[in-house]
Design a binder for this molecule. Structure first.
Ligand code: ZN
Length: 62
């Protein structure tokens, strides 16, 4: 588990490189898995946490 952002002001999406699923970083503290369940995102206004291998996802700002 790694905290990748504090005070995320922009809309950040976490993209799974395996299934190309994009998860909006503000999951309201609900653990949200991508389609293939390689990664999971747990986030809110204050933080974003991603569960999974670092090489399997990337953060995208929209
Ligand atoms: Zn996936």
């Amino acid at each position: 588990m790694k905290e990748i952002a504090n005070n995320a002001k922009k809309e950040i999406y976490i993209k799974c490189k395996k299934c190309a699923d994009e998860i909006f970083s503000d999951t309201r503290k609900k653990m949200t898995y991508c389609k293939c369940k390689t990664i999971a995102v747990d986030g809110c206004e204050d933080y974003i946490r991603v569960i999974g291998n670092e090489g399997d996802y990337e953060a995208i700002k929209k």
